[in-house]
Design a protein around this ligand. Structure first.
Ligand SMILES: CC(=O)N[C@H]1[C@@H](OP(=O)(O)OP(=O)(O)OC[C@H]2O[C@@H](n3ccc(=O)[nH]c3=O)[C@H](O)[C@@H]2O)O[C@H](CO)[C@@H](O)[C@@H]1O
Ligand SMILES: C=C(OP(=O)(O)O)C(=O)O
Length: 390
Protein backbone atom coordinates (compact mmCIF):
# COMPACT_ATOMS: atom_id res chain seq x y z
CA UNK A 1 0.00 0.00 0.00
CA UNK A 2 2.89 2.38 0.80
CA UNK A 3 4.24 2.02 -2.73
CA UNK A 4 0.81 2.85 -4.21
CA UNK A 5 0.55 6.03 -2.14
CA UNK A 6 4.13 6.94 -3.04
CA UNK A 7 3.41 6.41 -6.72
CA UNK A 8 0.72 9.10 -6.38
CA UNK A 9 3.24 11.48 -4.86
CA UNK A 10 2.28 11.03 -1.17
CA UNK A 11 5.09 10.97 1.37
CA UNK A 12 5.23 7.82 3.48
CA UNK A 13 7.78 7.45 6.26
CA UNK A 14 8.24 4.46 8.52
CA UNK A 15 9.56 4.70 12.03
CA UNK A 16 9.55 1.47 14.06
CA UNK A 17 5.91 0.30 13.92
CA UNK A 18 4.56 3.62 12.74
CA UNK A 19 3.85 4.96 9.28
CA UNK A 20 3.55 8.70 8.79
CA UNK A 21 1.64 9.57 5.63
CA UNK A 22 1.48 13.04 4.12
CA UNK A 23 -1.27 12.98 1.51
CA UNK A 24 -1.16 16.73 0.80
CA UNK A 25 1.47 16.18 -1.83
CA UNK A 26 -0.67 13.77 -3.92
CA UNK A 27 -0.30 15.12 -7.41
CA UNK A 28 -1.44 12.47 -9.83
CA UNK A 29 -4.68 10.86 -10.97
CA UNK A 30 -2.82 7.76 -12.09
CA UNK A 31 -0.76 5.71 -9.64
CA UNK A 32 2.03 3.55 -10.97
CA UNK A 33 0.12 0.56 -12.31
CA UNK A 34 2.68 -2.02 -11.16
CA UNK A 35 2.31 -0.83 -7.58
CA UNK A 36 -1.49 -0.94 -7.72
CA UNK A 37 -1.69 -4.20 -9.63
CA UNK A 38 0.27 -6.04 -6.95
CA UNK A 39 -2.21 -5.40 -4.19
CA UNK A 40 -5.77 -6.54 -3.96
CA UNK A 41 -7.01 -3.28 -2.49
CA UNK A 42 -5.88 -1.32 -5.54
CA UNK A 43 -9.19 0.49 -5.72
CA UNK A 44 -8.65 1.98 -2.27
CA UNK A 45 -7.11 5.09 -3.84
CA UNK A 46 -10.20 5.90 -5.88
CA UNK A 47 -12.05 7.88 -3.15
CA UNK A 48 -9.21 10.33 -2.42
CA UNK A 49 -8.39 10.75 -6.12
CA UNK A 50 -12.00 11.57 -6.93
CA UNK A 51 -12.14 14.20 -4.23
CA UNK A 52 -9.05 15.94 -5.51
CA UNK A 53 -9.30 15.52 -9.27
CA UNK A 54 -12.81 14.28 -10.06
CA UNK A 55 -11.25 11.28 -11.82
CA UNK A 56 -8.85 8.37 -11.32
CA UNK A 57 -6.99 5.74 -13.32
CA UNK A 58 -5.93 2.55 -11.54
CA UNK A 59 -4.61 -0.79 -12.73
CA UNK A 60 -6.73 -3.89 -12.29
CA UNK A 61 -6.06 -5.18 -8.77
CA UNK A 62 -3.78 -8.19 -8.33
CA UNK A 63 -3.71 -10.54 -5.34
CA UNK A 64 -3.22 -14.27 -4.86
CA UNK A 65 -4.23 -16.74 -7.53
CA UNK A 66 -6.98 -18.47 -5.52
CA UNK A 67 -9.78 -18.40 -8.07
CA UNK A 68 -11.40 -15.60 -9.98
CA UNK A 69 -11.07 -12.24 -8.23
CA UNK A 70 -13.98 -10.27 -9.68
CA UNK A 71 -14.35 -6.52 -9.18
CA UNK A 72 -18.02 -6.20 -10.17
CA UNK A 73 -19.07 -5.05 -6.70
CA UNK A 74 -16.49 -2.25 -6.73
CA UNK A 75 -17.63 -1.17 -10.19
CA UNK A 76 -21.36 -1.28 -9.44
CA UNK A 77 -20.95 0.28 -5.99
CA UNK A 78 -18.84 3.18 -7.26
CA UNK A 79 -21.29 3.45 -10.16
CA UNK A 80 -24.12 3.95 -7.65
CA UNK A 81 -22.14 6.87 -6.21
CA UNK A 82 -22.05 8.44 -9.66
CA UNK A 83 -18.75 7.17 -11.05
CA UNK A 84 -18.41 5.86 -14.58
CA UNK A 85 -15.79 3.12 -14.79
CA UNK A 86 -14.32 2.02 -18.09
CA UNK A 87 -11.80 -0.71 -18.71
CA UNK A 88 -9.05 0.44 -21.11
CA UNK A 89 -5.82 -1.44 -21.77
CA UNK A 90 -5.87 -3.35 -18.46
CA UNK A 91 -6.56 -0.14 -16.55
CA UNK A 92 -9.75 1.13 -15.02
CA UNK A 93 -10.50 4.74 -15.83
CA UNK A 94 -13.04 6.33 -13.51
CA UNK A 95 -14.71 9.70 -13.73
CA UNK A 96 -17.79 11.29 -12.21
CA UNK A 97 -20.80 11.29 -14.51
CA UNK A 98 -21.78 14.78 -13.29
CA UNK A 99 -18.28 16.09 -14.01
CA UNK A 100 -17.87 17.13 -10.36
CA UNK A 101 -17.56 14.36 -7.84
CA UNK A 102 -19.21 11.39 -6.15
CA UNK A 103 -22.71 11.69 -4.68
CA UNK A 104 -24.12 9.59 -1.80
CA UNK A 105 -26.53 6.75 -2.68
CA UNK A 106 -28.02 3.42 -1.52
CA UNK A 107 -26.22 0.26 -2.58
CA UNK A 108 -26.65 -3.39 -1.62
CA UNK A 109 -23.69 -5.73 -2.07
CA UNK A 110 -24.54 -9.20 -3.46
CA UNK A 111 -21.81 -10.69 -1.23
CA UNK A 112 -20.21 -9.11 1.86
CA UNK A 113 -16.85 -8.52 0.14
CA UNK A 114 -14.27 -7.03 2.50
CA UNK A 115 -12.35 -5.09 -0.15
CA UNK A 116 -15.51 -3.72 -1.81
CA UNK A 117 -17.02 -2.69 1.55
CA UNK A 118 -13.81 -0.86 2.53
CA UNK A 119 -13.49 0.87 -0.85
CA UNK A 120 -17.12 2.02 -0.90
CA UNK A 121 -16.96 3.18 2.72
CA UNK A 122 -13.92 5.35 1.93
CA UNK A 123 -15.41 6.70 -1.29
CA UNK A 124 -18.76 7.47 0.41
CA UNK A 125 -16.94 9.30 3.21
CA UNK A 126 -15.76 11.79 0.60
CA UNK A 127 -18.95 11.92 -1.48
CA UNK A 128 -21.59 14.63 -1.24
CA UNK A 129 -24.62 13.63 0.88
CA UNK A 130 -25.62 10.39 2.58
CA UNK A 131 -24.87 6.78 1.61
CA UNK A 132 -26.42 3.55 2.89
CA UNK A 133 -24.48 0.37 2.14
CA UNK A 134 -26.20 -2.93 2.96
CA UNK A 135 -25.06 -6.55 3.16
CA UNK A 136 -21.58 -5.21 3.92
CA UNK A 137 -18.67 -7.20 5.35
CA UNK A 138 -18.55 -7.32 9.15
CA UNK A 139 -14.87 -8.25 9.46
CA UNK A 140 -13.05 -6.54 12.39
CA UNK A 141 -10.79 -4.84 9.83
CA UNK A 142 -13.85 -3.05 8.37
CA UNK A 143 -14.78 -1.78 11.85
CA UNK A 144 -11.19 -0.73 12.45
CA UNK A 145 -11.10 1.21 9.19
CA UNK A 146 -14.41 2.89 10.10
CA UNK A 147 -12.90 3.97 13.45
CA UNK A 148 -9.85 5.35 11.68
CA UNK A 149 -11.92 7.27 9.11
CA UNK A 150 -14.09 8.65 11.93
CA UNK A 151 -10.92 9.94 13.62
CA UNK A 152 -10.06 11.62 10.30
CA UNK A 153 -13.42 13.43 10.30
CA UNK A 154 -15.72 10.94 8.52
CA UNK A 155 -19.23 10.16 9.77
CA UNK A 156 -19.91 6.40 9.72
CA UNK A 157 -22.52 4.44 11.70
CA UNK A 158 -23.17 0.72 11.74
CA UNK A 159 -19.60 -0.63 11.49
CA UNK A 160 -19.60 -4.29 12.53
CA UNK A 161 -23.24 -4.77 11.43
CA UNK A 162 -24.52 -5.56 7.94
CA UNK A 163 -25.53 -1.98 7.15
CA UNK A 164 -23.40 1.17 7.03
CA UNK A 165 -24.71 4.77 7.13
CA UNK A 166 -22.21 7.31 5.90
CA UNK A 167 -22.59 11.08 5.72
CA UNK A 168 -20.13 12.39 3.16
CA UNK A 169 -17.63 15.07 4.08
CA UNK A 170 -15.87 17.33 1.60
CA UNK A 171 -12.55 16.60 3.21
CA UNK A 172 -10.89 14.31 5.73
CA UNK A 173 -8.00 15.29 8.00
CA UNK A 174 -4.86 13.57 9.21
CA UNK A 175 -4.97 11.85 12.59
CA UNK A 176 -2.97 9.49 14.72
CA UNK A 177 -4.36 5.96 14.93
CA UNK A 178 -3.15 2.56 16.14
CA UNK A 179 -4.42 -0.10 13.76
CA UNK A 180 -5.71 -3.38 15.17
CA UNK A 181 -3.32 -6.32 15.58
CA UNK A 182 -3.16 -8.70 12.63
CA UNK A 183 -5.47 -11.57 13.64
CA UNK A 184 -4.37 -13.76 10.71
CA UNK A 185 -0.71 -13.48 11.69
CA UNK A 186 -1.70 -14.24 15.30
CA UNK A 187 -3.76 -17.24 14.17
CA UNK A 188 -0.84 -18.53 12.11
CA UNK A 189 1.44 -18.40 15.16
CA UNK A 190 -1.22 -20.14 17.30
CA UNK A 191 -1.18 -22.90 14.69
CA UNK A 192 2.65 -22.93 14.78
CA UNK A 193 2.44 -23.80 18.48
CA UNK A 194 -0.31 -26.35 17.84
CA UNK A 195 1.47 -28.13 14.97
CA UNK A 196 4.71 -28.45 16.97
CA UNK A 197 2.82 -29.52 20.14
CA UNK A 198 4.41 -26.71 22.09
CA UNK A 199 3.26 -23.45 23.64
CA UNK A 200 3.32 -19.80 22.78
CA UNK A 201 2.32 -16.52 24.34
CA UNK A 202 1.04 -13.93 21.87
CA UNK A 203 0.57 -10.21 22.23
CA UNK A 204 -0.99 -7.89 21.19
CA UNK A 205 -4.04 -9.89 20.13
CA UNK A 206 -7.79 -9.26 20.36
CA UNK A 207 -9.15 -12.74 21.22
CA UNK A 208 -12.71 -11.89 20.11
CA UNK A 209 -11.47 -11.34 16.54
CA UNK A 210 -10.18 -14.89 16.36
CA UNK A 211 -12.69 -16.75 18.53
CA UNK A 212 -13.42 -19.21 15.72
CA UNK A 213 -9.87 -20.58 15.80
CA UNK A 214 -9.74 -20.46 19.61
CA UNK A 215 -12.89 -22.63 19.78
CA UNK A 216 -11.60 -25.14 17.23
CA UNK A 217 -8.13 -25.49 18.77
CA UNK A 218 -9.73 -25.90 22.21
CA UNK A 219 -11.95 -28.67 20.82
CA UNK A 220 -8.79 -30.32 19.44
CA UNK A 221 -7.37 -30.44 22.98
CA UNK A 222 -5.23 -27.27 23.15
CA UNK A 223 -5.33 -25.20 26.33
CA UNK A 224 -5.94 -21.55 25.47
CA UNK A 225 -6.10 -18.84 28.11
CA UNK A 226 -6.14 -15.07 28.04
CA UNK A 227 -4.75 -13.68 31.33
CA UNK A 228 -4.51 -10.07 30.32
CA UNK A 229 -6.73 -8.36 27.74
CA UNK A 230 -4.38 -8.43 24.76
CA UNK A 231 -2.38 -11.59 25.54
CA UNK A 232 -3.19 -15.17 24.65
CA UNK A 233 -1.40 -18.33 25.70
CA UNK A 234 -1.76 -21.46 23.62
CA UNK A 235 -0.46 -24.77 24.88
CA UNK A 236 -0.56 -27.86 22.72
CA UNK A 237 1.76 -29.94 24.90
CA UNK A 238 0.08 -33.30 25.52
CA UNK A 239 -0.74 -33.83 29.21
CA UNK A 240 0.30 -37.46 29.23
CA UNK A 241 2.27 -39.75 26.99
CA UNK A 242 0.16 -41.19 24.19
CA UNK A 243 -2.32 -38.30 24.24
CA UNK A 244 -2.61 -36.26 21.07
CA UNK A 245 -4.75 -33.59 19.50
CA UNK A 246 -7.98 -34.44 17.66
CA UNK A 247 -8.97 -33.17 14.22
CA UNK A 248 -12.09 -31.09 13.53
CA UNK A 249 -14.15 -29.83 10.60
CA UNK A 250 -14.22 -26.28 9.26
CA UNK A 251 -16.08 -24.38 6.60
CA UNK A 252 -14.67 -20.97 5.73
CA UNK A 253 -17.01 -17.99 5.53
CA UNK A 254 -17.35 -14.26 6.04
CA UNK A 255 -16.83 -13.06 9.62
CA UNK A 256 -17.73 -14.42 12.17
CA UNK A 257 -17.16 -17.59 10.12
CA UNK A 258 -13.82 -19.36 9.89
CA UNK A 259 -11.34 -17.04 8.07
CA UNK A 260 -10.37 -18.23 4.61
CA UNK A 261 -6.94 -16.71 5.24
CA UNK A 262 -6.28 -19.33 7.95
CA UNK A 263 -7.60 -22.32 6.02
CA UNK A 264 -4.27 -23.51 4.48
CA UNK A 265 -2.32 -23.16 7.76
CA UNK A 266 -5.14 -24.94 9.59
CA UNK A 267 -5.05 -27.80 7.09
CA UNK A 268 -1.32 -28.33 7.76
CA UNK A 269 -2.16 -28.61 11.47
CA UNK A 270 -5.13 -30.98 10.92
CA UNK A 271 -2.83 -33.29 8.94
CA UNK A 272 -0.92 -33.94 12.18
CA UNK A 273 -4.02 -34.69 14.30
CA UNK A 274 -5.87 -37.89 15.15
CA UNK A 275 -9.00 -38.75 13.23
CA UNK A 276 -10.74 -37.57 10.10
CA UNK A 277 -11.19 -33.83 9.42
CA UNK A 278 -13.06 -32.05 6.67
CA UNK A 279 -12.18 -28.63 5.28
CA UNK A 280 -14.63 -26.78 3.05
CA UNK A 281 -13.52 -23.57 1.35
CA UNK A 282 -16.56 -21.46 0.60
CA UNK A 283 -15.11 -17.97 0.02
CA UNK A 284 -12.68 -18.50 -2.88
CA UNK A 285 -13.29 -21.06 -5.60
CA UNK A 286 -9.74 -22.40 -5.97
CA UNK A 287 -8.01 -22.23 -2.60
CA UNK A 288 -6.85 -25.82 -2.12
CA UNK A 289 -3.57 -25.55 -4.07
CA UNK A 290 -1.62 -26.46 -0.92
CA UNK A 291 -3.20 -29.96 -0.74
CA UNK A 292 -0.81 -31.34 -3.37
CA UNK A 293 2.21 -29.82 -1.61
CA UNK A 294 1.13 -30.89 1.90
CA UNK A 295 0.81 -34.48 0.68
CA UNK A 296 4.58 -34.47 0.02
CA UNK A 297 5.12 -34.45 3.80
CA UNK A 298 3.30 -37.79 4.02
CA UNK A 299 -0.28 -37.20 5.17
CA UNK A 300 -3.26 -38.65 3.31
CA UNK A 301 -5.43 -35.78 2.05
CA UNK A 302 -8.16 -36.15 -0.51
CA UNK A 303 -9.16 -32.95 -2.31
CA UNK A 304 -12.31 -32.71 -4.41
CA UNK A 305 -13.68 -29.38 -5.69
CA UNK A 306 -13.55 -27.03 -2.75
CA UNK A 307 -13.57 -29.75 -0.09
CA UNK A 308 -10.66 -31.69 1.38
CA UNK A 309 -10.73 -34.76 3.59
CA UNK A 310 -7.74 -35.10 5.87
CA UNK A 311 -7.32 -38.64 7.09
CA UNK A 312 -5.20 -37.71 10.10
CA UNK A 313 -2.07 -39.15 11.52
CA UNK A 314 -1.48 -42.84 11.07
CA UNK A 315 -0.07 -44.64 14.12
CA UNK A 316 3.70 -44.39 14.18
CA UNK A 317 3.89 -42.08 11.17
CA UNK A 318 5.51 -38.65 11.18
CA UNK A 319 5.88 -35.76 8.79
CA UNK A 320 8.94 -35.99 6.53
CA UNK A 321 10.84 -32.89 5.45
CA UNK A 322 10.21 -32.11 1.81
CA UNK A 323 10.86 -29.79 -1.13
CA UNK A 324 7.68 -27.87 -1.77
CA UNK A 325 6.46 -24.80 -3.60
CA UNK A 326 4.22 -22.02 -2.29
CA UNK A 327 1.83 -20.72 -4.93
CA UNK A 328 0.18 -18.07 -2.77
CA UNK A 329 0.53 -16.09 0.44
CA UNK A 330 -1.17 -18.33 3.01
CA UNK A 331 -0.14 -21.64 1.46
CA UNK A 332 3.47 -20.43 1.91
CA UNK A 333 2.87 -20.17 5.65
CA UNK A 334 1.07 -23.52 5.76
CA UNK A 335 4.10 -25.23 4.16
CA UNK A 336 6.49 -23.52 6.58
CA UNK A 337 4.32 -24.79 9.46
CA UNK A 338 4.38 -28.30 8.00
CA UNK A 339 8.18 -27.97 7.76
CA UNK A 340 8.37 -27.08 11.45
CA UNK A 341 6.50 -30.26 12.32
CA UNK A 342 8.51 -32.43 9.94
CA UNK A 343 11.60 -34.50 10.57
CA UNK A 344 14.56 -33.29 8.53
CA UNK A 345 14.89 -30.33 6.26
CA UNK A 346 12.07 -28.72 4.32
CA UNK A 347 12.67 -26.28 1.52
CA UNK A 348 9.83 -23.96 0.57
CA UNK A 349 10.26 -22.10 -2.69
CA UNK A 350 8.09 -19.18 -3.75
CA UNK A 351 8.06 -17.88 -0.17
CA UNK A 352 8.12 -14.27 -1.37
CA UNK A 353 4.32 -14.57 -1.82
CA UNK A 354 4.11 -14.71 1.97
CA UNK A 355 6.05 -11.47 2.49
CA UNK A 356 2.86 -9.58 1.58
CA UNK A 357 1.15 -10.93 4.68
CA UNK A 358 3.93 -11.76 7.16
CA UNK A 359 6.47 -9.09 7.99
CA UNK A 360 9.82 -10.58 9.08
CA UNK A 361 8.31 -14.04 9.12
CA UNK A 362 11.56 -15.93 9.65
CA UNK A 363 12.79 -13.54 12.35
CA UNK A 364 9.56 -13.93 14.32
CA UNK A 365 9.68 -17.72 13.96
CA UNK A 366 13.35 -17.76 15.02
CA UNK A 367 12.44 -15.66 18.07
CA UNK A 368 10.14 -18.42 19.27
CA UNK A 369 12.74 -21.10 18.70
CA UNK A 370 12.11 -22.31 15.16
CA UNK A 371 15.02 -23.25 12.94
CA UNK A 372 14.18 -21.30 9.78
CA UNK A 373 16.53 -19.60 7.36
CA UNK A 374 15.90 -17.57 4.24
CA UNK A 375 18.02 -18.28 1.20
CA UNK A 376 18.32 -16.17 -1.93
CA UNK A 377 15.28 -17.64 -3.62
CA UNK A 378 13.62 -19.78 -0.96
CA UNK A 379 13.11 -20.35 2.73
CA UNK A 380 14.35 -23.52 4.36
CA UNK A 381 12.26 -24.53 7.33
CA UNK A 382 14.16 -27.10 9.33
CA UNK A 383 12.61 -28.82 12.31
CA UNK A 384 12.70 -32.00 14.34
CA UNK A 385 9.55 -33.35 15.92
CA UNK A 386 11.00 -32.66 19.35
CA UNK A 387 11.93 -29.15 18.28
CA UNK A 388 9.11 -26.76 18.68
CA UNK A 389 8.50 -23.23 19.69
CA UNK A 390 8.27 -22.08 23.25
C1 LIG B 1 -15.05 -12.74 3.07
C2 LIG B 1 -13.58 -12.95 3.29
O1 LIG B 1 -13.16 -13.93 3.83
N1 LIG B 1 -12.79 -11.97 2.84
C3 LIG B 1 -11.36 -12.03 2.90
C4 LIG B 1 -10.81 -11.65 1.55
O2 LIG B 1 -11.16 -10.29 1.31
P1 LIG B 1 -11.12 -9.70 -0.17
O3 LIG B 1 -11.54 -8.33 -0.01
O4 LIG B 1 -9.89 -9.94 -0.92
O5 LIG B 1 -12.06 -10.60 -0.76
P2 LIG B 1 -13.54 -10.33 -0.82
O6 LIG B 1 -14.10 -10.29 0.55
O7 LIG B 1 -13.69 -9.19 -1.73
O8 LIG B 1 -13.93 -11.62 -1.59
C5 LIG B 1 -14.78 -12.54 -1.02
C6 LIG B 1 -15.65 -13.11 -2.11
O9 LIG B 1 -16.34 -12.05 -2.77
C7 LIG B 1 -16.24 -12.21 -4.16
N2 LIG B 1 -16.26 -10.89 -4.81
C8 LIG B 1 -15.42 -9.91 -4.39
C9 LIG B 1 -15.42 -8.68 -5.00
C10 LIG B 1 -16.30 -8.45 -6.07
O10 LIG B 1 -16.35 -7.36 -6.66
N3 LIG B 1 -17.12 -9.45 -6.46
C11 LIG B 1 -17.13 -10.67 -5.85
O11 LIG B 1 -17.87 -11.56 -6.24
C12 LIG B 1 -14.91 -12.93 -4.35
O12 LIG B 1 -14.87 -13.62 -5.55
C13 LIG B 1 -14.87 -13.86 -3.16
O13 LIG B 1 -15.56 -15.05 -3.47
O14 LIG B 1 -9.48 -11.76 1.51
C14 LIG B 1 -8.85 -10.83 2.39
C15 LIG B 1 -7.39 -11.00 2.20
O15 LIG B 1 -7.12 -12.31 2.07
C16 LIG B 1 -9.32 -11.15 3.82
O16 LIG B 1 -8.78 -10.24 4.70
C17 LIG B 1 -10.80 -11.14 3.92
O17 LIG B 1 -11.22 -11.52 5.21
C1 LIG C 1 -5.47 -13.75 -0.33
C2 LIG C 1 -4.84 -12.87 0.40
O1 LIG C 1 -4.44 -11.64 0.00
P1 LIG C 1 -4.91 -10.94 -1.36
O2 LIG C 1 -6.37 -10.67 -1.17
O3 LIG C 1 -4.05 -9.71 -1.36
O4 LIG C 1 -4.61 -11.86 -2.48
C3 LIG C 1 -4.49 -13.16 1.80
O5 LIG C 1 -4.14 -12.22 2.54
O6 LIG C 1 -4.58 -14.33 2.19
Amino acid sequence: MASVLESLGAEVEFCRNEAVVNANSISSVEPDSNAVGKIRGGFFVIGPLFTRFGEAVVALPGGCDIGSRPIDLYIRGLGALGAVLELRAEKVQAYASNGKGLVGARFQLDYPSVGATETLMMAASLAKGNTVLSNVAQEPEVTDLAHFLTRCGASIRGAGTHELYISGRGQLYGSCYRIMPDRIEAGSFMLAAAITRSCISLSPIIPSTISCLIERLSSAGCKIVSYIDDTLEVSAIPEKRGDDLRGFDIKTGPFPGFPTDLQPQNMAFLSTCNGLSMVEESVFENRLGHVKELRKFGPRIHGCGSTALIFGKETGSSFKGSQVMAADLRSGMSLVLAGLAAEGITEVSGISHSDRGYENMEMKLQNVGANVKRYESSTKACARTSYGIA
